[in-house]
Each structure stands twice: as C-alpha cells, then as structure tokens.
Design a protein around this ligand. Structure first.
Ligand code: NAP
Length: 298
C-alpha cells in the first residue's frame, strides 16, 4: 500500500464549477484548501473535509498547486491583481474561460509576478468533473503540467496541448463551433421534417448516423487541408453547391428558416467564384481562414 501523502491543492472560486473541482480533489483524497469571495459557498466543502482559508493570500500559500476558477479573466485580475497579493513561487492553473489573447496576457502577467502559470479550459459540466468523461485542456510550460498531472487527474481526463498558453482557449472555442454547428444542422433538419409530421425523436437516430458518418471524413479532409491540395475525389464543390440550393429552396417552400443554408451557400459561392468549383469541399478552409466579408449576413 502506498502511504505517500497526496499533493495539497487550493481551489479559488467556488461557483458551480469551482465547487465541483474542489469536490473532486477531496474525493480523491487531496488535502484541499478553498477560498471564495462569498464565503458561504465553502460550507459544504468544509463539511466534506476541505479547509477554508481566511484570506485569498492564505489560500495561495496553502497548496503547491492553486486552481483558479472565476467568471472571467477580469475577475482574476480584480482578485489577484492587488500588490499585496504575493504570487511569487505559486503554481496557478487558471480554468476561468476566456480568449486565447487573454490567456497569453494572463500568463505574462502571472510569470512577471513570479508564478508558474498554466491556462486551461474545462470541456465538461460540473456533474461530470471527477469522471473520465470530463476533458480538461491545459496549455503552457510542459514541465509545469507534467509536475502536476497526477494531481490534476483527479478532475477527469487531463491533456496538455502545448507551450503556447493560448491553445486551451482556442481549442475551447473550436469545440464550441463544432457543438453549435452540429446542433444547428440537426435543428434545421428537425424543422424540415416537422413539416411532414415527423417528430424530433424519430429523426434523431438518422441525424446521429449522418453526424457520425460525416465526422469519419475529417481525418482525410484534414490531410487535404494540411497539404493545401483539394482534388475532388468524392465530389466537386460546384456539385455540393447545387444540393445547397435544394436545401434553401425546400426550406423556403416549407416555410422553414433558410438563413443557415443561405450562409453555407454564400461561402461556397465565393469559393467557386475564386475558381475552386472543381475542388473538394475542404477547399472552403480558404474562406474560413480570412475575415468575414461585409455581406449583410451576421
Ligand atoms: P459561477 O457559478 O457564476 O461562479 C463564478 C465564480 O467567480 C464565483 O466563485 C464568484 O464568486 C467568482 N467571482 C466572480 N467575480 C469575482 C471577483 N471579482 N472577485 C472574486 N471572485 C469572483 O460560474 P461557474 O459555472 O463556476 O464558472 C466558472 C468558470 O468556469 C467560467 O469561466 C465558466 O465559463 C467556466 N466553465 C463553467 C462550466 C459550467 O458548466 N459551469 C463549464 C465549463 C467552463 P462569488 O461566489 O462570490 O460570486
């Protein structure tokens, strides 16, 4: 039996997510110190064995690792920015959501004040924390991640994406566009089929099969993007554009919202106008990779 004491950790910010994070550390047996602006949110955790630090400064000194989980980066600066807060020698992992630019700026700020800093993104809801389904992304110095990986594993499946502190936030938003695009496509189809009396539950298994089938194309399409070469091995973009027209016409004819299909078609039309009609779908990366044109859409 291994009696090595587990690493002491601190969690600052006990909102819905912070409480779940602290609870998972406690459940895994880590001595856990907590601090929250509204101190009553620590009560349940204290009852479960956490120590409530009297000040945020005490909380920072308590563990060899401090997880910060606040509303946003502004809250992090408001809380940890004042001169009397000593960050020197601490290891901070900031799981508050924000942009990649904010993450890089926060890393500079924390490192200038003598802290080791990882930025992170929680790709899970509070009830999933502490299970393998909770994906938690980290970016920043690899040796800092490796030093704390066994402790962080109490939270879920933890991953290090690279030294660039902005990567976790970028993956976070990339995941959001995947989530909303799949959901919106499903809702569009559900609305179309609803006009024929097909209910959402009947369509859902078919939609799932389509989504999984399309997802299987991604590795091959990614190779085309990385090579910058888009031979039409399956079908040409101009063929796809004609089916987009069918989707728009059908939506309009059935009185269903056609904004999403029109946006999809507008992007394909621009790529075709730029001479890419004979190439395969992922050639659209060129449209996605530049600023939005002023089309009146969006
Ligand atoms: P929440 O329940 O609203 O909690 C926000 C926390 O931030 C509270 O502890 C709050 O303290 C604290 N806070 C805000 N401004 C502060 C300030 N100026 N000084 C000190 N403390 C401050 O939010 P949450 O759901 O826990 O989310 C926290 C972060 O996790 C967010 O960035 C969110 O995007 C991210 N996240 C959440 C989920 C989720 O499902 N909940 C999933 C993924 C990522 P008080 O209690 O005193 O107000």
């Amino acid at each position: 039996m291994n009696n090595t004491p587990l690493t002491p950790v601190t969690v600052i910010g006990l909102g819905l997510m912070g409480r779940a994070l602290a609870g998972a550390f406690l459940a895994a047996g880590h001595p856990t110190t907590v601090w929250n602006r509204t101190s009553s949110k620590a009560e349940q955790l204290v009852a479960a064995g956490a120590r409530s630090a009297p000040t945020v400064g005490d909380a920072l000194k308590a563990g060899s690792l401090t997880i910060v989980c606040l509303t946003d980066y502004q809250a992090v600066y408001e809380l940890l920015g004042p001169d009397e807060i000593d960050l020197a020698g601490t290891t901070l992992i900031n799981l508050s959501s924000g942009s990649s630019g904010q993450a890089r700026e926060a890393a500079r700020w924390a490192e200038q004040r003598g802290a080791r800093y990882l930025d992170g993104a929680v790709m899970a809801i509070p009830s999933g924390i502490g299970t393998a389904d909770a994906l938690i992304l980290h970016s920043g110095p690899q040796q800092v991640f490796e030093a704390h990986e066994p402790t962080l594993a109490a939270l879920g499946t933890v991953t290090h994406l690279g030294a660039d502190h902005g990567l976790a936030s970028l993956y976070d938003v990339a995941g959001l566009t995947m989530m909303w695009s799949v959901l919106n496509a499903w809702l569009q189809g559900t609305a179309l089929l609803g006009t024929a009396g097909v209910d959402a539950a009947t369509y859902a298994p078919f939609a799932r099969q389509m989504a999984v089938g399309v997802a299987a194309w991604l590795p091959g399409y990614a190779e085309q993007i990385d090579k910058g070469s888009f031979p039409a091995e399956v079908s040409a973009l101009e063929t796809e554009a004609r089916t987009m027209e069918h989707l728009i016409e059908e939506s309009e004819a059935l009185g269903v919202n056609a904004e999403l299909p029109r946006l999809i078609k507008a992007m394909a039309d621009r790529a075709i106008a730029a001479g890419h009609g004979g190439e395969q779908y992922p050639v659209l990366i060129e449209e996605f990779g530049k600023p939005s044109p002023h089309t009146g859409i969006g």
